[in-house]
Design a protein around this ligand. Structure first.
Ligand code: WT7
Length: 613
C-alpha cells in the first residue's frame, strides 16, 4: 500500500488537498522542501532505511550514537541485555551495563571543553513580567552546577541518595538537577515544601568552590524518579537510568526537532514533568542547544505572549501541548498574526491526541503553513518520543503521531494478544526495548511487571488504544483503562474517587471523563452522600478543595453531581460507560440489561449538572 501522495502547492509552503473520496483518506501535508533539504533525515525512504537498521541491529545503531558521548570506562559486556517476557522470568532491561559515565559531564563539561561551546547561551530565561529576563551560557552553568554540587556534597549527599527539589521554572532548577546528576544522586522534583528538612539555596551557596569532580556512574545507575498516576490510585515512581536515557533524549531531540547549531528551541513544559526533564534540560543540553525557559503564563500580559516571546528570541522550534493550543485558539487569529513568527521552522505537540481542528489552526495560523508539526506520542515511562513524524521526512496527517522513532518497534494487539497486521485497531504495545525505557517502579518491581508486561507477555504495554490506517500511520485513540487525560496530564479516576470519599459527607463516588473544549477531557463526578448530609455549593467547594490538596489543581472537577444511587451491575460494578452518557445527556445508552436497578438512570438524567461549577 502506497503513501498518500505527497503534494505541495509550491511557493511559500505546501498545502493539503481534500481527496476525491476523502472519507477513507484524510488529507496529508508534505514537509516543506526548504526544510527537507538541510534536514538530518530528508525523505521518507531514508527514514525507513534508518528505522529498519535501528530495529534490526539496535546494538550497532545505538553503539554508534554512544560514541558521541564521554565514557569514563567503556562497556565491558553485552551492549544490550533484556527480558520482556514475564513467563520466562524477571523483567529487566540493561543498556551498556558496566560502562561508566556522568550525564552532567556529558551535557556540560563535554559541551564546554570538547565542543568549545562555553560561550553559547544555554537558556534565555523570561519571568512572568516581560521585562524580567536573564540569560546563562554553558560555561556559567557549569560553574554554578559545580558550586552547587559542592554545596550538596557538604550536606552529605552521596551517590545513590535521593534529593527532592522544590523550585520554580528558573535556571537554578536546571542547576540543581544537574548538580544531583553530577554527584550520582537521584533528583525528584516535588510541589510541596517540607519545613525542617528543606534548606534555602542562598544560605548555602556562598563561597562554594567552582570545580567539582563528577561521580562516575554505571550506565544502569538510576538518574531520577518521576511520579505518575496509576489506575489503582497510588502514584508510581518511574525510574530512569543514566546511560540509556542520555542516548535516547539526545537522539530524539536531534532528529524530531531536526536540531541545528543555530536553533533557538522553546519547550513550554514545566521542568517538573517528564517533558521538561527530557526536552528542557537533558535533550537540548546534550546537543549544546540554546533554549528559552519561560516561567510565566501564556495569557499574561495578554494572549499574544507566546508569539511575542517567539519573536523576541527568534525561536525556531516550538514545543507545546494541545491544551495550550486550544486555549489560545479560542482568542482567534489576531493575537498570533500581529507577531511575525518568521523565525519558526518546526512546531511540536505532546500530551494527548490533538484534535484535527487544533492541528489545523496550529499548522495554518501559527506556522503559516510553513512549519511541519511533530505530533509526538510518548509517556513518562518511555523517557522520550516513541511515535512521531520527522520534520524533513514524514508527510503529516492531522491527529496522527505517524510512525515509530528509531529503535521503536510498535505492534497492535487484539484482546487475545495476537499481533494485527495492516489496517487495525487495538492495544498499542512495543516489542523490544529502546534505550530510554523506564527500568522499574521505585521500590516495587513487581508493580512494574504487572502494569506493563503482564497483560501481554513479551511486550511493553502502553495502556493506550491505537489504530493503524491503510498507509501504516498510527493514530492514538486514548487510554484503555480508567484513566483520563486533563490538559495533557494523566489522572486515574480511582485516585480522584478515593480523594472524594475521604470527605466525611461522601459515601461513594464515581468519576468519568467528559469532553472539554480546552482541556481535552475534564472530570465529571457523581457523589452519593452519607445519610444526614445535604448537597450544596458549600459541599462541592469543599470537595474541590480536598481534591486540589490531595492530588493537585489539575484534578479539580468541572462538574459534581448529586447521585442518590449509582448504576451498577448485579455484581456491584459501577457502570462508568452509562455514567459517561448521562454526563453528556446522551440517551442512547446501548445495552442496559445488566443494570441492577434501571430507575437509577432516569433519576440521574433529571439531576444532571448543566453548568460548570
Ligand atoms: C499519555 C502519557 C509524554 C509526556 C506528556 C504526558 C497520552 C501523550 C500523546 C500524543 C496522543 C498522547 C497517551 C500517553 N499522549 N502524547 N502525541 N498523542 N496521546 O506524559 O503523563 O506519562 O502521559 O499521554 O495517552 O499514554 P504522561
Amino acid at each position: 500500500m502506497g503513501l498518500p501522495e505527497e503534494r505541495g502547492r509550491g511557493g511559500s509552503g505546501s498545502g493539503g488537498r481534500e481527496e476525491a473520496g476523502a472519507r477513507s483518506r484524510p488529507r496529508s501535508w508534505s514537509p516543506p522542501p526548504e526544510l527537507s533539504r538541510s534536514a538530518h533525515v530528508s525523505s521518507l525512504q531514508r527514514y525507513r532505511e534508518l528505522h529498519r537498521v535501528s530495529v534490526e541491529e539496535p546494538r550497532e545503531f545505538w553503539g554508534d550514537i554512544a560514541k558521541e558521548f564521554y565514557w569514563k570506562t567503556p562497556c565491558p559486556g553485552p551492549f544490550l541485555k533484556y527480558n520482556f517476557d514475564v513467563t520466562k522470568g524477571k523483567i529487566f532491561i540493561e543498556w551498556m551495563k558496566g560502562a561508566t559515565t556522568n550525564i552532567c559531564y556529558n551535557v556540560l563539561d563535554r559541551i564546554v571543553h570538547e565542543k568549545k561551546l562555553g560561550d553559547k547561551i544555554a537558556f534565555y530565561w523570561e519571568g512572568n513580567e516581560p521585562e524580567e529576563t536573564t540569560q546563562i551560557t554553558y560555561h556559567e552553568l557549569l560553574v554554578q552546577v559545580c558550586q552547587f554540587s559542592n554545596v550538596l556534597r557538604k550536606q552529605g549527599i552521596r551517590k545513590g541518595d535521593r534529593v527532592a527539589i522544590y523550585m520554580p521554572m528558573i535556571p537554578k532548577l536546571v542547576v540543581a538537577m544537574l548538580a544531583c546528576a553530577r554527584l550520582g544522586a537521584l533528583h525528584s522534583i516535588v510541589i510541596s515544601w517540607n519545613e525542617g528538612v528543606d534548606l534555602w539555596w542562598h544560605e548555602l551557596i556562598h563561597e562554594a568552590e567552582d570545580v567539582c569532580e563528577p561521580e562516575w556512574c554505571d550506565a544502569e545507575d538510576p538518574l531520577f524518579i518521576l511520579y505518575t498516576s496509576g489506575s489503582t490510585g497510588k502514584p508510581k515512581g518511574v525510574v530512569h537510568t543514566v546511560g540509556g536515557y542520555m542516548l535516547y533524549v539526545a537522539t530524539t531531540f536531534k532528529y524530531v526537532f531536526d536540531f541545528h547549531a543555530e536553533d533557538v528551541f522553546w519547550c513550554t513544559a514545566d521542568i517538573g514533568w517528564i517533558t521538561g526533564h527530557s526536552y528542557v534540560t537533558y535533550g537540548p543540553m546534550a546537543n549544546g542547544a540554546t533554549s528559552v525557559l519561560f516561567e510565566g503564563i501564556p495569557t499574561y500580559p495578554d494572549v499574544s505572549r507566546m508569539w511575542s516571546i517567539v519573536d523576541k528570541y527568534k525561536v525556531t522550534k516550538f514545543y507545546t501541548a494541545p491544551t495550550a493550543i486550544r486555549l489560545l485558539m479560542k482568542f482567534g487569529d489576531k493575537p498570533v498574526t500581529k507577531h511575525s513568527r518568521a523565525s519558526l521552522q518546526v512546531l511540536g505537540t505532546v500530551g494527548e491526541p490533538i484534535n484535527p481542528e487544533a492541528w489545523l489552526w496550529y499548522y495554518q495560523v501559527v506556522g503559516a503553513q510553513r512549519c511541519p508539526i511533530v505530533d509526538t506520542f510518548w509517556q513518562t515511562e518511555t523517557g522520550g518520543h516513541m511515535l512521531t513524524p520527522l520534520p524533513g521526512a514524514t508527510p503529516m496527517k492531522p491527529g496522527s503521531a505517524t510512525f515509530p522513532f528509531f529503535g521503536v518497534a510498535p505492534a497492535i494487539l487484539n484482546e487475545s494478544g495476537e499481533e494485527l497486521e495492516g489496517e487495525a485497531e487495538g492495544y498499542l504495545v512495543f516489542k523490544q526495548p529502546w534505550p530510554g525505557i523506564m527500568r522499574t517502579v521505585y521500590g516495587d518491581h513487581e508493580r512494574f511487571e504487572t502494569t506493563y508486561f503482564k497483560k501481554f507477555p513479551g511486550y511493553y504495554v502502553t495502556g493506550d488504544g491505537c489504530r493503524r490506517d491503510q498507509d501504516g500511520y498510527y493514530w492514538i485513540t486514548g487510554r484503555i483503562d480508567d484513566m483520563l487525560n486533563v490538559s495533557g496530564h494523566l489522572l486515574s479516576t480511582a485516585e480522584v474517587e478515593s480523594a472524594l470519599v475521604e470527605h466525611k459527607a461522601i459515601a461513594e463516588a464515581a468519576v468519568v471523563s467528559h469532553p472539554h473544549p480546552v482541556k481535552g477531557e475534564c472530570l465529571y463526578c457523581f457523589v452519593t452522600l452519607c445519610d444526614g448530609y445535604t448537597f450544596s455549593s458549600t459541599l462541592t467547594e469543599e470537595l474541590k478543595k480536598q481534591i486540589r490538596e490531595k492530588i493537585g489543581p489539575i484534578a479539580t472537577p468541572d462538574y459534581i453531581q448529586n447521585a442518590p444511587s449509582l448504576p451498577k451491575t448485579r455484581s456491584g460494578k459501577i457502570m462508568r460507560r452509562v455514567l459517561r452518557k448521562i454526563a453528556q445527556n446522551d440517551h442512547d445508552l446501548g445495552d442496559t440489561s445488566t443494570v441492577a436497578d434501571p430507575s437509577v438512570i432516569s433519576q440521574l438524567f433529571s439531576h444532571r449538572c448543566l453548568t460548570i461549577q
